[in-house]
Structure formats: structure tokens, C-alpha cells
Design a protein around this ligand. Sequence first.
Ligand code: HEC
Ligand code: HEC
Length: 384
Amino acid sequence: MGRPAYWMRIVLACLLFSITGCEDRYPEELEYYFSPHTRRPDPQTKKPAPDELTEAQLKPEAQRVLGRLLKPIFGTPAHPKVDLAQADDTLTLPDDPELAGLDAKTLEEGSRLYRRFCIHCHGIVGDGRGSTGRWLNPPPRDFRTIWFKFRSTYDPSGAVALPSREDLRRTIHNGIPGASMPSFALLSERETEAIISYVIHLNMRGRMEHALGRILVEQSDLSSGETEASAALPDILRVVVQSWTSQKKLVKPVPAAPRWPIIETASTTEEAAALMRRARDLFVNKGACVQCHGVDGRGDPREVPDNAVRRDFWGNPLLPRDLTHGVFRGGSRPQDLFWRIRLGIAGTDMPATEEKQLSDEEVWLLVNYVLDMARARPAVTLAE
Ligand code: HEC
Ligand code: HEC
């Protein structure tokens, strides 16, 4: 009696496995589609940003042209690829560890895992408009721009640098505290790497779509737009691919803290108090942090009226962080805060600071101050 039941269980398990296995896969016929590239209107003039790309600008026929140009290079959700030779047979993927895993097999695995874990927030095309994405504040990242917030990288030319794979790994592993992005620490290393490669694929495809779409809308008619866009495609692709290489070399070194934390390393109470007074002075005066975060660090719009209308570069409302909560989205290690204050938060008003403006020592004092603000928050007492 036990034997048939045993076999039955095996058959059922296989059936179940094949069904859930199937669920992971995208339908073969599904293609990447156009989704608007929204941008914050000019804060002063309220005019639309010159680089936005909306459905009103790009009619369905033009969207189909874009799809035709991109599909041979980037494939479909079921079979994603980065096939540069389709654009220009002299183009190959640079041999760079940051571009590991852009082969079709890894991307297919990444795409499957993305579908399971990320898609409901970040969306099929990586536009941040997944089915639950619209309910979230802040909204999930649109992967189709150069703006990633939590980076260790910087570009000496002043351009926005993309994150390193290590930065993406950290975000996926830790999640984003204080935002809805959960931690995926339980994924295996291999799975995480495949997802990272897939996010990079979506970024490359999305940025190509934006650049070529802008060319299409700037031409007077669609057929000359298509000719222009196909001619420009290889060069734009080269730049987009190149922008993901050598990120390791762009990592901003974090100098050893002269005093960390001040409270424990200062030799006397007076010295600690003097250092904290200096840090406060930097926060209020030289660093001008109060312009957005307010004197008490809460960034309350009643104190800083601009905060009521502040938006990120995609156009979503965005308050500066309430620093008294001690919850930091890019990580709470002192070195994470050093990077945040030194490199700023791309895609938002939080500015980067140059060395001539604030020395490394001064940034460290601010890291101390910011972390201390959460400790110093008065305890909430229940009303009697
Ligand atoms: C429940 C929703 C949700 C899920 C699921 C989710 N994310 Fe996110 N993710 C977010 C939100 C919200 C943000 C933006 C947070 C912010 O702007 O501070 C974000 C931001 C990101 C960023 C940008 C970090 C930066 O430096 O700008 C990456 C990369 C990312 N997510 C990757 C993933 C990957 C990969 C998965 C799946 C393994 C995933 N996310 C699943 C909500 C989600
Ligand atoms: C022009 C406005 C502006 C100024 C000036 C500014 N910030 Fe910010 N800051 C922001 C905004 C907006 C955010 C939230 C960004 C986000 O949520 O994506 C932020 C976030 C932060 C965070 C949170 C980082 C995290 O991982 O969550 C810290 C810490 C911070 N700022 C410190 C500072 C310090 C220190 C200064 C002064 C040197 C400063 N800020 C100056 C606008 C500003």
C-alpha cells in the first residue's frame, strides 16, 4: 500500500516542481516595451525637463521602431542578452570584472530570479512601475538612468558615476532600511550575481531606449528619425557599455577616521565637547546642511518651507532624511555615511561635497554629528 502512495508523491512533487518552475519563466512572446522616462520639471520655470520622454511625445509607431532597434541587441525578457555585434561587428564586451555575467545563460537566470523577487516593485522593463511599485514611497528605483543613490564611486570629471557591482551587492544583500526594499541576504552568491547582471542589462537597454527615443522625437518625421537613430546607435551603445566598466577604480577611498567615535576617543570631556561643537558648527554653517535638514536635523517643512515642494530628479516628492531617526537608507556604517556626505545622493538634492569645501576630517566630524543626532533624540513619552 505504501509503495504506490510513495510513487504518487514523487509524481505529484515533480508536477508541482514543473509548474512552479514554469511560473519563473516569462512567456516566450513577451517583449520589452516602452515606458515613459519621467523627469522633474524645471523647479523655477515649471517647464518640462528637456530630456523627458513621454508617451505623448513617442507615439505607438515610434515605440515600435525603438523596439525593432533594441530587440536584436537586448533580446526579450525570456531570452535577454547583450549582443553588441548586432549593432556593430567591431563592438565587443570589454573584458572587465564589472561586466561579468552578461552572457545569455547568466542573464536568463538573472531574469528568472528578477521575475520572482523584484518585478512587482521594479517592473518588467526596470522602470520602477511594478504592480506594487505605485503604492510605495519612496518609489522603487527606475533602473534606466545613471542615477543610483547608494554608491561608493565617483567620477573625477564631475559626471555621475554608476555604482560598482559591490555597491549593488550591498543594496541587494542589506535591502534599503526605511524604504520598502527588503533584504535579499538569503540568495546565494551565484543568484545575487545573476540578478546584478540582469539589473545592468536593464540599465543598458533602458538608457539606449531613452537616448534613441530622444533622437526619434527630435526629428521632423519618423523615417528620418529611424535613419538618425540607427546611425547613432553604435556610438551611444559604446558609451553606455563603457560607463559600467572600471567602477572599481572609481571607488572613493574612505580615509581612516581621525576620531571615531569622538565620545570614546577624545581624551577629556572638554575635548569631546569642543569637537562636537565644531561638528555642529559645520552642520549649521560651513556644511550648510541646515538648508535642507533644518537646525534640529528633522528637515521639517515648517522650518524649511522648500522641503514641502522638494522632488527627486524623476519628479517624485522627496523630503530630506529626518536625521534624528538614525535610519540610513544607504547603510549606517560610519563609512557609508562618509560616502553619503562626500559623494551626495545621485538623483536627489543631497549634494556632494568637495575636499576644498569640507576636508576629510570635517566630513568625519559630520559623520559623528549625524550619528549622534539619533542618540540625542529625546525619548518619546506617552501622554498621561
Ligand atoms: C517591495 C518593493 C521592492 C522589492 C521587492 C525590491 N525593491 Fe529594490 N528598491 C525598492 C525601493 C522602494 C527602492 C528605492 C529606495 C530609495 O529610493 O531610497 C529600491 C531601490 C533599488 C536599487 C537602487 C539602489 C541605489 O543605489 O539607488 C536597486 C539596485 C534595487 N532596488 C534592486 C532590487 C533587486 C535586484 C530586487 C530583487 C532581488 C529588488 N530591488 C526588490 C523596492 C523594492
Ligand atoms: C539641498 C538639500 C540638502 C542639503 C544641503 C543636504 N542634504 Fe542631506 N539629504 C537631502 C535629501 C533630499 C536627502 C534624502 C535623499 C533620499 O532619501 O534619497 C538627504 C539625505 C541625507 C542623509 C541620509 C543618508 C542615508 O543613507 O539615508 C544624510 C546622512 C544626510 N543627508 C546628511 C547631510 C549632511 C551632513 C549635509 C551637510 C554637509 C547635508 N545632508 C546637506 C538633502 C540635502
